[in-house]
Write a protein that binds this ligand. Sequence first.
Ligand code: IMP
Length: 423
Amino acid sequence: MFTIITGTQFGDEGKGKIVDLMAREYDLIVRFQGGDNAGHTVVVDGKKYKLHLTPSGVLFDARLLIGPGTVMNPQTLATELNTLADEGTVVDEKKLGIDAKTSIIMPYHVELDGLGESARSVKIGTTKRGIGYAYIDKVARDEVQMSDLADEERLRRRLEELTPIKAAQIQSMGGDPSIMEDETWIRTYIELGRRFAPFIADVSHEINTALDQGKKVLAEGAQGAHLDVIHGTQKFVTSSSCIAGSACANLGVGPTRVDEVVGILKAYITRVGEGPLPTELKNRTGDYIREAGGEFGTTTGRPRRCGWFDLPLVKKSVALNGYTQIALTKLDVLSDMHPLKVCVAYELDGTRLDYPPESTADLARCVPVLEDLPGWDGDLTGIRSMDALPDGAIEYLSRLESLVGVPFKYISVGPGREQTFIK
Ligand code: IMP
């Protein structure tokens, strides 16, 4: 059984929580793209775990894998594993595998990300974790892979080869090229390479073997459909492909092996960083949703921009991902708001559009066509079944489900693992 989970919007839909919930049924949980720009908050028994790289199912027995399509900062991973160990969860090489071909995020990628962002007259609002520059190096074939990191001699040879290129680039962007010769981080990276050498794996082979043996594999996406580097709202996107097909390509698993594709969908929409967000509420209603939903970035702490549920964008996500089911999150946040609004279409230059225009510039000019729904009163966070929901919440869910056209399987009404029920 091979299941792929992806975000339907701009990330931060609550994927970590749903993966954590589903994890107990899976043998392998795999990250297939992105890096520590992602942030998952998992809450168990009231305790918060903030993870950036470690796959979300870490608190269960499943084996975890970091695939070759990700970009991995070994310092972030080491810090996460140390924190988890302090809290009693030991993640060793039996628990976690890292593909030999995984691209390593180097300190100069982080430096370049900062320089690049400050040089841009129109910002992207990146997380400044070096993601884009690590992917540039992958495509340019100038990357350092996990297997290079684990071998001091190879790492040093690779750095020797890359130093003139990177130093010139950093200098041309107004930075300090001496970072390339700084033995402090180089020694730290050599140590990290030694630490993670036993974790090296062949992720594609491991997944395909597990599937052959009838095991269950869950591929966990980071970010969301509209941050996809190919199909998203360029240039305001991340540097990897976040849609379901990317799981197959990045993990080396054939598309014929996919059984389920689960879309994580927030009951409203948020976005962090720049770029179009047609239903954005730049008013007190937006501030209310941000506060009620705790909409502040896990990775950067930045306030997230909030807006009404945006159907055209979700329709596009359904097309891009081929969802078989949806997990609807954060329904509880919309309590006590009257009326609730849902964007059912856009208007652009006097024409009604049921599907987003392909050009980002046109999307930025779209005006939402809003439909009112009555909403409901009262706290939903203690509710554990569909029939216990107030009528207004059932009406909201039913309307969304019929508009989206994919069955809603999970409904989440709070951050805790227990605050989710099957519809
Ligand atoms: P980068 O991935 O750091 O290069 O950032 C590019 C864009 O993607 C920025 O708008 C970020 O805010 C956004 N982004 C990256 N990762 C996440 C995430 O996990 N959730 C939401 N937005 C993200």
